[in-house]
Design a protein around this ligand. Structure first.
Ligand code: NDP
Ligand code: 2IT
Length: 446
């Protein structure tokens, strides 16, 4: 680590204690940006990175709600309005018991660079709550969402901050949140994305993150004259992103042999295809948070408490959560002949894991590039809302595909331009940064 990065990290850790995921995300970006600062000291002297690290605004609020038995619960709600240099704050809401300020700051920080890469005018934000949807009834989820929005509504708006889904927040939750926003504001606007198709949503948004990640993997494979067709994929997670990825891999002729949940992973030697893909939606909707039921339903093998990275595969797609693939997992994948790792989740690979892939010349894409299709399609939903005109499935999917190809090309070219050919992490961090940095310079001391 250079003197500049270690000094910066010491300051970040002192100022933001007990936020290890945020420190990790900042360190990865700072390491890449060294390459920029050597050539362009003006960014360093203007302290652009130091400014980006400090969120423009952090909201933290009480969310009281009542369960079906009449008992009162108090959760904590958050929205981090991180950076608005290139557009309104944009990013998902996560409902999971592990949510805290540090996790949402890491996600919001990543979102700034991701949104910049999409080519669309969106700033970075993230929010959520430590609410645990597991085992809750629809009515309990609705009451929670209504209470959450009763505070959040005053801080967001279609030109200010546009939240969407993330872990634990899908179409159902967006519906309840949107309904409450509309009651409070008496306005029908595109204030949230991931809406239902009958009330302002976009076709392909549910599939977009997974589809986009597979389009990105396809572009990476092309650089080695390879294709998705005929390849074996290890996928983790079983939620929205994993479902979209598995669907597209099947469409392109690949075979998915694993899925995972907090309870372990399943190995399906015949491949997750056809009705088994639909079953993933049942699992997600069951609020049980486990994949073992898949193994029982389709006679697949179940490995309790284990992650899927010891399985033989050509391509690995971590699609569950942060830090689910460490240095040892990475070595295991390399040993078993994996040639490409495409992140569907946000920061699923640890810094050690990334270094193993880099040192073994494995194609490796960071989530902020390869999972950007979700937020990019949210951007397309915003465009349709502004025009008050819906696009066809083909139109949205075509735009998504073109955006993913462009992000891939930008990462590749930028990595090359800054002297590290093939290192997508550097390409994504640098290209994402430059657009935001230049906008901040143009806008004065902001
Ligand atoms: P879902 O809630 O649909 O699914 C999340 C998946 O991750 C589930 O399989 C979930 O299992 C698992 N999971 C969550 N937390 C943990 C944990 N602590 N340990 C093990 N497994 C866990 O979320 P998404 O599919 O939307 O999100 C998955 C990832 O993709 C996240 O990193 C998210 O930030 C990222 N992402 C999502 C986008 C979107 O548009 N939805 C866009 C870009 C990135 P369980 O529910 O049982 O915990
Ligand atoms: O991490 C992400 O990019 C998301 N959860 C999607 C955000 C969005 O605004 O669609």
């Amino acid at each position: 680590m250079s003197e500049y990065v270690s000094k910066l990290m010491a300051e970040v850790k002192a100022k933001n204690p007990c936020e290890p995921e945020f420190h990790q995300a900042v360190e990865e970006v700072a390491e890449s940006l060294e390459l920029v600062f050597q050539r362009h000291p003006e960014y360093r002297s203007a302290k652009i990175l130091e400014r980006i690290i400090e969120p423009e605004r952090v909201l933290m609020f009480r969310v009281p709600w009542m369960d079906d038995q009449g008992e009162i619960h108090i959760n904590r709600g958050y929205r981090i309005e991180f950076n608005s240099a290139i557009g309104p704050y944009k990013g998902g809401l996560r409902f999971h018991p592990s949510v805290n300020l540090g996790i949402l700051k890491f996600l919001g920080f990543e979102q700034i660079f991701k949104n910049s890469l999409t080519t669309l005018p969106m700033g970075g934000g993230k929010g959520g709550s430590d609410f645990d949807p597991k085992g809750k009834s629809d009515n309990e989820v609705m009451r929670f969402c209504q209470s959450f929005m009763t505070e959040l509504f005053r801080h967001i708006g279609p030109n200010t901050d546009v939240p969407a889904g993330d872990i634990g927040v899908g179409g159902r939750e967006i519906g309840y949140l949107f309904g409450q926003y509309k009651r409070l504001k008496n306005e029908f606007t595109g204030v949230l994305t991931g809406k239902g198709l009958n009330w302002g949503g976009s076709l392909v948004r549910p599939e977009a993150t997974g589809f986009g990640a597979v389009y990105f993997a396809q572009e990476m494979l092309k650089t080695k004259c390879q294709d998705v067709d005929g390849k074996t994929f290890a996928v983790s997670g079983f939620g929205n992103v994993a479902w979209g990825a598995v669907t597209k891999i099947n469409q392109l002729g690949g075979k998915v042999v694993t899925l995972s949940g907090p309870d372990g992973f399943i190995y399906d030697k015949d491949g997750v295809s056809g009705e088994k893909i639909d079953y993933m939606l049942t699992l997600r909707a069951s609020n049980k948070d486990c994949v073992e039921d898949y193994a029982k339903q389709f006679k697949a093998e179940f490995f309790p408490g284990k992650r899927p990275w010891g399985v033989k595969c050509d391509v690995a797609m971590p699609c569950a959560t942060q830090n689910e693939l460490n240095g040892d997992d990475a070595k295991e994948l390399v040993k078993n002949g994996c040639i490409c790792v495409c992140e569907g989740a946000n920061m699923p690979t640890t810094i050690e894991g990334f270094k193993v892939f880099r040192d073994n010349n494995i194609l490796f894409s960071p989530g902020k590039a390869s999972n950007a299709g979700g937020v990019a399609t949210s951007g397309l939903e915003m465009s349709q809302n502004s025009m008050r005109l819906p696009w066809s499935k083909e139109e949205v999917d075509h735009r998504l595909h073109e955006i993913m190809k462009r992000i891939h090309q930008t990462c590749l070219e930028t990595a090359e331009r800054f002297g590290t050919p093939g290192i997508y992490v550097n390409g994504a961090n640098i290209a994402g940064f430059l657009k935001v940095a230049d906008a901040m310079l143009d806008q004065g001391l902001v």
